[in-house]
Design a protein around this ligand. Structure first.
Ligand SMILES: [Zn+2]
Ligand SMILES: [Zn+2]
Length: 265
């Protein structure tokens, strides 16, 4: 798969995406400035902790940018369909184009997406066959970063704070406490939301059911795909190397297989 930048023109999506970016920016600027750097210079925390925080933050923003700008699996205007595969294709009655079965027409984006899971306003993009792996990484790294932030907020409040030699009743301290509470609130919200989303996404992948299919009339058909989880996830991430499942700085190469038969599109 070539690296193609996909950009959805939707002001509501831009608004949601900028909110997510704002939360990331707030914590990436606030936590190092107020907690990590002062305590590192005072010798309370090691350099590795600061590096780990920035690494989690980098992985998180990379997954966000890539999930929102990656092509989710858009179909070409004039696909070449081999005769042997015709039974796996159907006509979309909205855009009047042929598409593989299990594709879905996204009304927000205005086109069909192969094995579309859902349209996510928070990344302003569809989640489909080609960017599902990036969406999973985004859910995972948001959980990691939120948990990291929550732990640092907790330590700052109950453990680090008494160590600093600040004037306890000063404006700076009160201001810092307000920022800390905002960060804790956002951390709890992001961690709770992302954990449940991550669990839902994983169970959907392992049972070979998209979010759209779960909400459809075929709900009773939902069950296990009957295949090993390693194989299912390898196909989603496009590699059998489990370590690479966690790396957002790469280009996914589809493996093919029973879950996602590679049709010639
Ligand atoms: Zn369509
Ligand atoms: Zn969409």
């Amino acid at each position: 798969m070539k690296l193609r930048v996909h950009f959805v023109v939707d002001p509501m999506g831009w608004f949601c995406l900028s909110m997510v970016f704002g939360v990331w920016l707030y914590n990436t600027v606030f936590i190092p400035t107020l907690i990590l750097f002062p305590h590192y210079s005072e010798g309370h925390i090691p350099c590795a902790l600061v590096a780990c925080y920035y690494l989690a933050s980098l992985f998180c923003i990379t997954a966000l940018v890539r999930a929102s700008t990656a092509d989710p699996g858009r179909l070409p205007q004039d696909p070449h369909i081999p005769h042997s595969e015709r039974e796996h294709w159907e006509l979309c009655n909205k855009c009047n184009l042929m598409r593989p079965k299990r594709s879905h027409h996204c009304s927000r984006c205005g086109h069909c997406v192969r094995r579309m899971d859902h349209h996510c306003p928070w990344i302003n993009n569809c989640v489909g066959e080609d960017n599902h792996w990036l969406f999973l990484q985004l859910c995972f790294y948001t959980q990691v970063l939120s948990l990291f932030t929550l732990l640092l907020d907790f330590c700052q409040y109950y453990y680090f704070h008494p160590l600093t030699h600040l004037q306890q009743e000063g404006f700076g301290v009160r201001h810092e406490l307000a920022l800390l509470r905002v960060s804790t609130f956002m951390g709890l919200l992001m961690f709770g939301g992302m954990s449940s989303l991550f669990y839902t996404q994983l169970t959907g992948i392992l049972t070979d059911t998209t979010t759209i299919e779960k909400m459809s009339y075929f709900k009773s058909d939902v069950g296990s795909s009957g295949r090993p989880w390693q194989q299912t996830l390898s196909e989603v991430f496009g590699t059998r190397w489990k370590l690479l499942w966690f790396v957002p700085f790469r280009i996914r190469q589809p493996l093919g297989g029973a879950l996602y038969p590679r049709l010639h599109v």
